[in-house]
Design a protein around this ligand. Structure first.
Ligand SMILES: Cc1cc2nc3c(=O)[nH]c(=O)nc-3n(C[C@H](O)[C@H](O)[C@H](O)COP(=O)(O)OP(=O)(O)OC[C@H]3O[C@@H](n4cnc5c(N)ncnc54)[C@H](O)[C@@H]3O)c2cc1C
Length: 402
């Protein structure tokens, strides 16, 4: 593949614009096709960890992202009975001061998209990719829901959890699994709550898990994780009023200590997401089709790493594709997938372990509350999680381009 070769990216969520920027910097001519007709504002907010910000900094997008968020380098854990279980770092603060931030998803998405457009990347909205294949060995053919089609030298599937490109690469690819849990969250203005500078508070309630942080302007960012046996359908989610979720949460946190009641009573615009993860995806690429982000590996949200893994994928993929000759392209895709897989799978295992401690029965909760103060001492050690949060992405890039 020579420079100015044409790349199409399916999906303009979080991975799409970052991959587009990274590939443009590597010399490619990139167009993004997004299925939705307008900006993707699904979801309330997310935790963007130091390793994700470090990946963004390699393509000079980290400032745009951090402007939209606020630093949350610490977490304080509480039991539902009001016992403080301990303080723990939320990720790691790197030598240059980079730490985890909390950012509104819509704000982050807007910032990434603006950066992509500023760098001359075309974003076409309202065009859903429905099929893709490689023909003649080196041409990606991409078909859209309006019946039109186009071709490119490479198609990147950044089309999220329910990826079509994953199925185009491997019709037998695994599908996401529902984890039996809902993530419910939003914002609230609660004047009587004091700001919680740089800290997210986490409450292991007796029946559900609650997290919140109060900004300097007393805006509360909150979420709850709730066990829910059967996955609700889209129709059920769309037709259930916010008031019903609020009542359910108030009931679940009844009797637990913490500011859940005033936050929930003031909550404005409640979003509900069934939590999914995905079995390991065996094929991340075939011919001229390749995957990044949730399309390749959806982690449950517990580790707060989905976006960061997507950003790492983006810059590492672009590094492997930089200065590749035409005959090297599939080797580069293979090297990218091999290089990323072990790290991503380690994060998936870590995230699944964290999720398992959030909603437990009475005995499990008692054990967790008794053991957690000891466990947190281990978690508080920066060394224990350096592999995750202080990952040397520059080394990956150097390896890819060597
Ligand atoms: C409740 C919840 C909380 C989370 N919390 C965190 C957190 O705190 N920290 C964190 O790092 N991660 C978190 N995540 C995970 C994170 O949101 C994802 O990992 C991240 O959004 C993945 O980015 P992506 O671009 O791969 O997918 P997405 O952001 O889902 O974007 C995919 C895009 O592709 C578009 N698309 C889909 N199909 C097509 C098609 N056929 N053609 C064209 N376009 C298409 C979609 O409309 C969408 O815009 C959370 C996830 C959930 C559900």
């Amino acid at each position: 593949m020579t420079n100015r070769s044409k790349v199409i990216i399916a999906g303009c969520g979080l991975a799409g614009p970052v991959t587009a920027i990274a590939l443009t910097r590597a010399g490619y001519d990139v167009t993004i096709y997004e299925a939705r007709p307008s900006s993707n504002d699904a979801g309330a907010f997310l935790n963007l960890a130091s390793n994700g910000l470090a990946a963004l900094s390699t393509i000079e997008v980290d400032r745009a992202a951090t402007c939209e968020g606020f630093a949350t380098p610490r977490m304080t854990m509480w039991s539902g009975s009001g016992k403080k279980l301990g303080d723990v770092a939320n990720g790691m603060t790197l030598a240059d001061g980079t730490s985890s931030i909390t950012v509104r998803r819509a704000g982050l998405h807007r910032a990434l998209r603006r950066e992509a457009e500023r760098r001359g990347i075309a974003i076409v909205e309202g065009r859903r990719v429905v099929e893709a294949e490689t023909i003649a060995g080196d041409v990606a053919v991409v078909r859209f829901d309006d019946g039109s089609e186009t071709t490119a030298d490479l198609l990147v599937g950044a089309d999220g959890l329910w990826s079509r490109i994953r199925r185009a690469i491997d019709p037998g690819a695994p599908q996401p699994r529902y984890c039996g849990m809902l993530s419910i969250g939003g914002f609230a203005q609660v004047p009587e709550l004091d700001p919680t500078p740089e800290t997210f508070h986490m409450v292991f309630g007796r029946r559900a898990f609650f997290g919140y942080s109060v900004t300097a302007s007393r805006e509360v960012y909150w979420f709850a994780n709730v066990a829910h046996a059967a996955e609700p359908s889209r129709e059920e989610l769309a037709s259930t009023p916010a008031a019903a979720w609020r009542s359910r949460l108030l009931e679940l946190f009844e009797g637990d200590r913490g500011p859940m009641r005033p936050i929930l009573e003031a909550a404005d615009g409640i979003t509900v997401h069934p939590v999914h993860d995905m079995p390991s995806v065996p094929c991340w690429h075939r011919g001229r089709l390749v995957l990044v982000g949730d399309a390749a590996h959806a982690t449950s949200p517990s580790a707060g790493q989905g976006a960061s893994m997507a950003f790492e994928d983006a810059v590492v993929l672009a590094a492997f594709l930089r200065d590749r000759s035409e005959r090297d392209i599939e080797r580069a895709l293979d090297a990218y997938a091999c290089h990323r897989r072990s790290r991503v799978e380690r994060v998936l295992r870590y995230s699944a372990r964290l999720g398992n401690t959030k909603v437990l029965g009475p005995l499990g909760s008692w054990l967790r509350d008794a053991l957690m103060p000891v466990g947190l001492k281990y978690f508080a050690s920066p060394k224990a999680h350096a592999w995750l949060y202080a990952h040397p992405i520059e080394r990956d890039i150097a390896h890819a381009t060597s």
